[in-house]
Design a binder for this molecule. Structure first.
Ligand code: Q9C
Ligand code: ZN
Length: 347
């Protein structure tokens, strides 16, 4: 398996996220990626690469032009407001909820931060655009590699910040550019007639669902904590099945807090059955390992060894596969957990 890792990931280092009235240190830290990379290297893997420049035309097929322009220029705008802002992260404070307009783009920077975001846990920093753009390039290069006839059958975009909560024109959930959606788009553009994105992160892949909700060429499937109690709360229910041309091409399998490995794996197998029945010719796995029993912000009970079995099960899909790194916040176990998925996949 080819591992395309992001050499600019640590340009993004958020300081704080809002939690119960306090600003607390971000869970999504730069050490996460280094630990996974170290574990994969220690495991004797040899196929590593860093990406070329991100193809902006691909990003524009997944995200709106106005959102990409905002992300690219946000830090300079923030610092232009006051030089002392250079020492602070950007967090939103106001959002256009029901009845407000999202079609008129405000002039005021703070209002635009809210227009293009959905939570107060995703700081935008000096290097966010650089890191996210290089991460998208990892997804593009990983997908292009598996789409090449002589290339590997599987590749991983090993990057942060993660992507699956980022929608067509919004960031949130620690995510800015939707790497899994970008990989899916590349696989389509390379000739696959239908691609599946299977999201096994603890949290519903709301961004990916929103990007493809009215499309039949990408089947989005997500196994996750029930949004009645779990983040992102406002999407991810079982009755969301796609719309218009996309009707029937979204599957949500929400599971209750405390779900153990057997029930979780059964849901993943259900998703894989639907994926095969839909004739997906390639698969993107949005691989969050925050389903781990020791994860500090999640509640499933998946053990480190169980991730080997997940990998084997995913391999059963029998299609070219791109993995993207999503969540997983038990940092000391993160390397082993991700390596186990990949080892199980290749066993
Ligand atoms: N006090 C991903 O796993 N809310 N994003 C956490 C913790 C945000 C998770 C609240 C969780 C976002 C990619
Ligand atoms: Zn997650």
């Amino acid at each position: 398996m080819l591992i395309v890792h992001n050499p600019h990931h640590d340009d993004h280092q958020g300081r704080q996220e809002m939690f119960r009235g306090h600003l607390v240190p971000c869970h999504e830290t730069a050490s996460r990626l280094e630990i996974v990379l170290d574990a994969l290297r220690a495991g004797g893997r040899s196929s590593f690469a860093t990406p070329g420049e991100a193809d902006m035309a691909v990003l524009r097929r997944v995200h709106s032009a106005r959102y990409l322009d905002f992300l690219a220029g946000a830090w300079d705008e923030w610092v232009a407001l006051a030089p002392s802002n250079a020492g602070l992260d950007v967090l939103p404070s106001v959002w256009p909820v029901r009845g407000f307009r999202a079609d008129v783009v405000p002039d005021t920077f703070a209002a635009r931060v809210g227009l293009y975001s959905f939570d107060c846990g995703t700081p935008l920093t000096a290097g966010t655009w650089s890191a996210a753009r290089a991460g998208a390039a990892c997804a593009i290069d990983a997908a292009r590699a598996v789409a090449t006839a002589s290339g590997p059958r599987a590749a991983m975009a090993l990057t942060r910040p993660p992507g699956h909560h980022a929608g067509p024109d919004f960031f949130g959930g620690y995510c800015f550019l939707n790497n899994a959606a970008i990989a899916a788009q590349v696989l389509l553009d390379a000739g696959a007639r239908r691609v599946a994105v299977l999201d096994v992160d603890y949290h519903h892949g709301n961004g990916t669902q929103s990007i493809f909700y009215e499309r039949a060429d990408v089947f989005t499937l997500s196994v996750h904590g029930d949004p009645r109690t779990e983040y992102p709360f406002f999407l991810g229910h079982a009755d969301e099945t796609g719309q218009g041309a996309g009707a029937g091409f979204n599957l949500n399998l929400p599971l209750p807090v405390g779900t153990g490995f057997p029930a979780w794996l059964a849901a993943v197998e259900t998703a894989l059955g639907r994926l095969a029945a839909a004739g997906a010719e390639a698969m993107v796995v949005a691989l969050g390992v925050d389903t781990f029993e020791g994860d500090p912000i999640s509640s499933f009970r998946v053990a480190s060894e169980d991730f080997l079995r997940l990998g084997r099960t995913l391999r059963g899909a029998g299609v070219p596969t791109v993995f993207t790194l999503e969540g997983g916040y038990a940092v000391e176990a993160l390397g082993r957990n991700v390596a186990n998925v990949l080892d199980g996949f290749e066993a």
